[in-house]
Design a protein around this ligand. Structure first.
Ligand SMILES: [Zn+2]
Ligand SMILES: [Zn+2]
Length: 212
């Protein structure tokens, strides 16, 4: 059975559907892969940490994978809840390096943490950068030190806003190699079979280290 590789995009919990539609359009152009909006799912309640008031992003990734009967090559969950991993105060998102799943949060980009209320255009641009960055990790790209590169690490919204919505040339080459290794010629050629399993190492994007 042959199947065309696609990125599956889904809401985790309540989310304005227009956000997913805008992300779908933009991500299709960036990666030149089809992007499908999948059936939404609730945020898994067991990922909630009652003291922190945040959801554990690594557990959300596990949840995404546990029910991956969608046939998606990569899965990106978008949620409005705030995310964390234990060693950090928060994360904007998390992805499995060379793995299948990624998640991003709308919580901080839309100003829920700092009380700012940025324009929708600003929020969408932030979400798009986060989406493309986290998907980049699932395509095997690590953090990049090249000035302005989308794969640069952003510890806060200011740094996120400074990044370009584009990969540096080095990351572009790596991405091209990745697609070639996977037998994917984006958009132009059919993808045969399912991708080989890869070691999935979680990569978190955020914030500060936690002080105790
Ligand atoms: Zn780069
Ligand atoms: Zn990252």
């Amino acid at each position: 059975m042959s199947q065309r590789a696609f990125i599956g995009l889904l809401a985790l919990g309540p989310l304005d559907p227009e956000i997913l539609r805008r992300l779908r359009r933009a991500l299709t152009k960036i990666f030149a892969l089809p992007v499908k909006i999948l059936r939404p799912r609730p945020v898994p309640p067991q990922t909630f940490h009652i003291v922190r008031g945040q959801h554990h992003s690594t557990q959300i990734l596990e949840h995404l994978l546990s029910e991956n009967d969608t046939g998606a090559f990569r899965l990106l969950g978008v949620t409005a809840v705030d995310l964390y991993i234990p060693i950090l105060t928060f994360v904007f998102g998390e992805a499995q390096l060379n793995g299948k799943a990624a998640v991003i949060s709308l919580f901080r980009p839309r100003g829920d943490a700092d009380g700012s209320s940025p324009d929708l255009a600003v929020v969408l641009k932030r979400l798009l950068k986060l989406s493309a960055h986290e998907l980049g990790h699932t395509f095997g790209l690590g953090h990049c030190r090249e000035e302005g590169c989308l794969m640069g690490f952003a510890a806060n919204l200011e740094k996120l806003d400074q990044k370009n919505l584009a990969l540096c040339r080095y990351c572009q080459v790596l991405l091209g190699d990745f697609f070639q290794d996977q037998g994917i010629t984006p958009r132009f050629k059919r993808y045969e079979g399912t991708p080989a399993p890869n070691a999935a190492i979680p990569v978190a994007d955020s914030g500060r280290r936690r002080r105790r």
